[in-house]
Ligand binder design. Structure first.
Ligand code: PNW
Length: 460
């Protein structure tokens, strides 16, 4: 452990991540408006076992206990998200002061605990009122997002200096608008593409609003995946399929922020104007106002690709997602455990973007395991191995010259895992969803000791 800690430099930031709908509960309290996730989870068949985030971890009422857990962990930063409909119940217009008060108390508690608050403005819980006007398919949502960012920064900007605008805009577009497995549950396939552009435009306008309120750093968190060829995928068509998938997943939401424009999409049958959404001046605005002071990277696993067996079945896209090779261990989610995928991803970013790559923070990494409390404790040995392996991969990438500034574990708490409800546990802290009792797992103690060893090394 001391060896791992000493591989990461002074100033390297450790922490954890959560998101509002996944932990807060209090879905109808203190004037909060309805979000698309409140709507989606009320529909039959959308979420495993009919679970909803109505109570979740009840963090809204128990945040002091959760901040005490963060204090005990000793990390530098805590990434949480702000619920847009708590602040603006209709998405725009009327401000709900009780919503702002909650995050005000949370930020003060974090600072008193010595933890830097790192809020995400949008982690998928769009106000339903905005979805009723088209959600992210509507260009106006980008302006609504900037107005919301301004409102939050006006209240918290004296104590919060770093912001993350969007969480995983690719996953939100694909699951929320193309495939319909997440809220708002739309199944538009390639017609979902305007959602990409409007989120990026919203990011740029929100970033401008945050900077006008004195923000020192603006980040966005992208879900990125190294793309690997399937074992029997060795033809030119397989290689073209992998390149197309890489472009869609990894480049569409990153190139405009770092390189000033979208990658070539027409080459594989995706309209380069993103369904007509791109207007003159937009890409310049995104590159200028949306420039990043840091890139947030959420990494879970590589993606194995081969040429589409039947392009008609994939909406014209040239790739199929393939099974990972059998050699890899799997998490409870059945996701393969591939730590060197993270070093591959990070060094690949440096190769692709060169000096245009700002410092990278791993804003999510972690695994779900079937954790149970036995005799008062949770022995999640597999998670300890997972985290140690991935932190080692971060150190490898740093050794190879990538500026990785920090690492945040997904997640502090077991929580509402979207379409999987409470069946997937990602926390360093176990939550009993009958009693809301928190029990730190063995991984919590391991991470705490790692952070302490890193800090001790810094003083020595
Ligand atoms: C992320 N995939 O979502 C989210 O940011 C978190 O809210 C979520 O709890 C966490 O990862 C674990 O799932 C993802 O299928 C959802 O590739 C799905 C995928 C990746 C990330």
């Amino acid at each position: 452990m001391a060896a791992l800690a000493s591989r990461l430099p002074d100033g390297f930031r450790f922490g954890t991540s959560t998101a509002s709908y996944q932990i807060e509960g209090a879905a109808e309290e203190d004037g909060k408006g309805r979000s698309v996730w409140d709507t989606f989870t009320a529909l039959p068949g959308t979420v495993k076992d009919g679970d909803t985030g109505a109570v979740a971890c009840d963090h809204y009422h128990r945040f002091e206990e959760d901040v005490a857990l963060l204090r005990g962990l000793g990390g530098d930063a805590y990434r949480f998200s702000i619920s847009w409909p708590r602040i603006l119940p209709e998405g725009t217009g009327r401000i709900e002061p009780r919503g702002l008060d909650f995050y005000d108390r949370l930020v003060d508690a974090l600072l008193a605990a010595g933890v830097t608050p790192l809020p995400t403005l949008f982690h998928w819980d769009l106000p339903q009122a905005l979805e009723d006007r088209g959600g992210w398919l509507a260009r106006e949502t980008a302006d609504a997002f900037a107005g919301y960012a301004d409102t939050v920064a006006a209240r918290l900007g004296d104590r919060v200096h770093e912001w993350i605008t969007l969480n995983e805009p690719f996953i939100h577009m694909v699951f929320g608008y193309a495939l319909g497995t997440h809220a708002p549950g739309r199944t538009l396939m390639l017609d979902a593409l305007p959602v990409a552009h409007h989120q990026l435009l919203g990011h740029a306008r929100a970033a401008a609003a945050l900077r006008a309120r004195g923000a020192r750093a603006v980040l966005a968190s992208n879900n990125l995946t190294p793309v690997r060829l399937h074992e029997d995928g060795r033809t030119d068509a397989d290689r073209a399929a992998a390149a197309a998938y890489d472009t869609l997943h990894n480049r569409v939401f990153t190139d405009p922020l770092l390189l000033g424009g979208y990658p070539d999409l027409d080459a594989f049958g995706v309209p380069g104007d993103l369904g007509g959404a791109v207007r003159p001046g937009d890409t310049e605005e995104i590159a200028r106002d949306g420039r990043l002071d840091g890139l947030g990277v959420n990494y879970y696993n590589p993606t194995w690709i081969r040429a589409a067996a039947d392009p008609a079945a994939t909406g014209g896209l040239p790739f199929d997602l393939a099974e990972p090779p059998a050699e890899y261990a799997r998490t409870a989610f059945d996701w393969p455990v591939v730590p060197d995928g993270l070093s591959e991803l990070l060094t690949g970013l440096k190769e692709r973007y060169g000096d245009a790559l700002p410092p990278v923070t791993v804003t999510e990494n972690g695994c779900s395991q079937p954790d149970r409390v036995v005799g008062g404790s949770v022995d999640d040995e597999a998670r300890v191995r997972y985290l140690a392996g991935h932190l080692g991969a971060v150190a490898d990438a740093r050794d190879a010259g990538v500026d990785v500034a920090g690492y945040l574990v997904w997640s502090l708490l077991d929580n509402f895992e979207w379409a999987e409800g409470y069946s997937q546990r990602f926390g360093l802290v176990h939550v009993d969803f009958a009693t809301r009792t928190r029990t730190p797992k063995r991984s919590y103690a391991w991470y705490r000791d790692l952070i302490a060893a890193h800090r001790a090394g810094r003083k020595a």
